[in-house]
Design a protein around this ligand. Structure first.
Ligand code: NAI
Length: 385
């Protein structure tokens, strides 16, 4: 199969998430990195792009130049990753979708629910893929959890407990550092800080694994560092459309916690626990049974887990390989479209614009409920009510 062409906007030198995308997209030989507008400083972006191997005429100075340059080419990029700061996602994603490109957009997909609905509509009307990088759903054992729930190993799901709590913004003396401060400033970050940044990963993963969507929620949001306008900690209770009860904790002041993304699922017939810092083990407790550790890469797991596990059992796989699984899904989706065949259902798991939109609705619901002392609110986007 011919390699697909891939391009990236943002993710310049020294960025947090750029390297994980380049590793992920390059891993399986499905994509060639051929174009980019990598930095908000045009010259730095051009220079870095060429150092990464881009041709000089495809190492663009900004995303509009890249759109103009790529749309006329026979060998235009098949997929564009948008890994710029949040406030730019909407206009870049919209422009590329409207010009016939498939897009993988970083989270949060947009800054408002209305923008999210527009992206969903454009993606549906144009037929172009808009994926959203909830990259942690690419972990093999997260795929396996989803498969176990879907095949009924846990029975009816009673409870979901999701966490994404770290301690990297806990130093009150550092709260005025410009790299930290903007995140808690509504003018730059929007209506929510910690929930919009990290909480949505945990909430999305709860939906991904259970196959249920969040209907309503109640949030207790606080700024533990009092100079912050937006929350640095939130506890969210939620209810899902399949009857599951959800609890979510997210924090940026949990000193001692590093990444802190953890999911627990409790059903009538068993419970599961997975943590992103030990992603190669999944804890499974069948009702009245004994605790088992499921290892990534062991035989006899689900097709979804087998497909997304690459390195032999016992050798750790980590976050860039989880991203690689999102890219492999997208490569399969794009190749299937190109050749007019049905895609492999085990690959049809990449998060979509609809998921990005649901997250935006949850962000606004958390902000609203948090301001009103935890009143229960509808967490669904108007489009899906
Ligand atoms: P960063 O600030 O470390 O890097 C941003 C990069 O984008 C820089 O290289 C900057 O020069 C470039 N840039 C900014 N504006 C641009 C523009 N208009 N055109 C081209 N390039 C531009 O940011 P970071 O942490 O890498 O985050 C980027 C996005 O990725 C954010 O939306 C963030 O929420 C998301 N993210 C997602 C993660 C995940 O697990 N899915 C993890 C970390 C970040």
């Amino acid at each position: 199969m011919a390699r697909l062409n891939w391009g990236m906007i943002g993710g310049g030198e020294g960025s947090q998430i750029g390297p994980a995308h380049r590793l992920g997209a390059g891993l399986d030989g499905a994509f060639s990195f051929v174009a980019g507008a990598l930095d908000h400083r045009p010259e730095a972006g051009r220079e870095y792009g060429q150092r990464l191997g881009l041709a000089a005429n495809r190492a663009y100075g900004d995303w509009r130049e890249m759109l103009d340059g790529e749309k006329g080419r026979e060998d235009r990029v098949d997929l564009v990753t948008v890994a710029t700061p949040n406030a730019t996602h909407f206009e870049i994603t919209k422009a590329f979708l409207e010009n016939g490109f498939h897009v993988l957009c970083e989270k949060p997909m947009t800054m408002t629910v209305e923008e999210g609905e527009e992206i969903v509509r454009i993606s549906r009307e144009t037929g172009n893929i808009c994926a959203v990088n909830y990259g942690y759903t690419g972990y093999s054992l997260v795929r396996h959890m989803k498969a176990m729930v879907a095949r009924g190993d846990l029975g009816k799901i009673r409870l979901v407990k999701a966490e994404f709590a770290h301690g990297h913004h806990a130093d009150a003396a550092d709260a005025d550092n410009p790299r930290v401060r903007w995140r808690y400033d509504p003018a730059q970050a929007g209506v929510s800080a910690q929930f919009a940044d990290c909480g949505i990963h945990a909430l999305h993963m709860a939906s991904f694994v259970t196959g249920q969507e969040v209907k309503r929620l109640s949030a207790d949001t606080v700024s533990c560092i009092s100079s912050r306008e937006l929350e640095d900690d939130a506890m969210v209770n939620f209810r899902m459309d399949g009857g599951a009860v959800g609890r979510l904790w997210t924090s940026s002041v949990a000193i001692g916690r590093q990444h802190g993304l953890t999911l627990q699922i409790f059903g009538e017939k068993g419970g599961l626990r997975w943590s992103q810092e030990q992603p190669n083990q999944l804890y499974w407790m069948p009702l009245n049974g004994r605790l088992e550790i499921i290892e990534r890469g062991e035989g006899g797991l689900s097709p979804e887990a087998d497909r997304t596990s690459r390195v032999t059992i016992g050798h750790a796989e980590g976050m860039p390989l989880a991203f690689a699984n999102i890219y492999t899904d997208l490569a399969e989706a794009i190749q299937a479209r190109k050749s007019g065949r049905t895609m492999d259902p085990a690959a049809d798991l990449y998060p979509r614009a609809e998921d990005g939109l649901r997250s935006m609705a949850a962000v606004f619901a958390v902000a609203d409920s948090g301001k009103r002392e935890g009143v229960w609110v509808d967490a669904r986007p108007p489009m899906f009510r």
